[in-house]
Every structure is written in structure tokens, then in C-alpha cells.
Write a new protein. Structure first.
Length: 202
């Protein structure tokens, strides 16, 4: 049963990539994207790029502040070096844009990353913060330009645990989009508050 599901997923992903070469299909010119931060968020971004061929970006490399991650690969994309050497790696891989994937950085760290991108003369964007994702304002796929709020620093999101517990505990909870990266994380978080029943919808 497992092999059957894996084969279907493999063929679906491969065919979605092959479809762009079929007659009558429009090929999307993709920007070469260099990701800053080999984090869980970067893994989600790369996975979505693989699954959604309509995304207008192609990941070419990752950089990170942790030397231990150099040489690793996320979905086939290599971690090529340290963040401080961004200019060299951007030139080497012909990167056209950078994406800061870390969502839990403070204002000082964000200003440092922005300065590194500017010194490399590389346009850059950021992922939405955790608070924005939870509130449903935007999707993780909607990377955006950096704002003054990022440079001032993101405040820690403090959830009212008791209030959430009184709303969720013992209740029947329906989670839509439960098969996605955000939906699956919501399922894990809701389980902490002992709901009576969770219905997963996708």
C-alpha cells in the first residue's frame, strides 16, 4: 500500500515537471533564488517549489550561519557556504534574488541580513512571520518585500493558552487544508488542548 502511494506521488511530481515541455504549454521563466537559512522554513519553501511548477522561482543554493550545515542538501539544493559570504555565492550560482527564510529573527539580525544582501547588490525578500501565518493574512507561498516592522524586530507571539484551551478542549474541531504544511502544524498545535474530535479536511 505504501509503495503504491509513493509511486503515485512520484509520477505526479515528475509529470508536473514534464508537462511544461509538452506542446502547447507555456514555459515560465523562473528567477534564480538563493535562500538564506537552511531551516525548517526553507525546507517547506523548497518542497512547495517542487510541488507547484507555477512558482516563478528556481532555488539554486542555500547559505547558513552554521558551518556544520555546509555540504548538506535540502530537496537536492546544496548548502554552499556561510551567510557572510553571500556575495561570492550569489555570483557563483548566478542568483537573481535572495529569500530570507528565518521567521524567528529579531530586528538586529534582520538588519544584518539586509545589509549583507545590499552589499551583494542582490534583491531580497522575506517570509511572513508566524503571527501573520496564524492570523491567515497570507500564505507561506506569498513571500514579500522587507518592511520596517522586520527591521524593528518581530515581537514574540504570546498565545493566551487558557483562553485557547477553553475554546478547544472537548470540542469538535474542523481543520481545512489539513494536508498542507500550515494545516498539519495546526493539527499538532490543536492536539495539545485535548479536543474531543479533530476532523481533517483537504
Amino acid at each position: 500500500i505504501g509503495l503504491h502511494r509513493i509511486m503515485i506521488r512520484y509520477l505526479y511530481q515528475k509529470l508536473s515537471g514534464i508537462r511544461s515541455f509538452l506542446p502547447g504549454s507555456e514555459q515560465i521563466e523562473k528567477k534564480r533564488l538563493l535562500l538564506i537559512g537552511a531551516s525548517d522554513e526553507a525546507e517547506k519553501v523548497l518542497r512547495e517549489m517542487l510541488e507547484n511548477t507555477a512558482v516563478s522561482y528556481k532555488a539554486v543554493a542555500l547559505v547558513d550561519d552554521d558551518p556544520a550545515k555546509i555540504g548538506l542538501r535540502l530537496h537536492g539544493v546544496p548548502v554552499v557556504g556561510l551567510t557572510e559570504d553571500l556575495k561570492e555565492h550569489a555570483r557563483r550560482f548566478l542568483a537573481q534574488e535572495a529569500l530570507i527564510t528565518s521567521v524567528n529573527v529579531n530586528g538586529t539580525q534582520m538588519r544584518r541580513l539586509a545589509a549583507i544582501c545590499r552589499s551583494a547588490q542582490l534583491p531580497f525578500k522575506v517570509l511572513p512571520g508566524l503571527g501573520e501565518l496564524i492570523s491567515g493574512k497570507i500564505s507561506i507561498k506569498n513571500i514579500r518585500d522587507i518592511s520596517y516592522k522586520d527591521l524593528l524586530g518581530r515581537e514574540e507571539v504570546r498565545l493566551g493558552q487558557k483562553k485557547i484551551g477553553s475554546y478547544v478542549t472537548g470540542k469538535t474541531i474542523l481543520i481545512t487544508g489539513a494536508g498542507g504544511s500550515i494545516g498539519s502544524e495546526l493539527c499538532r498545535q490543536v492536539l495539545r488542548f485535548s479536543p474531543g474530535l479533530i476532523i481533517l479536511f483537504d
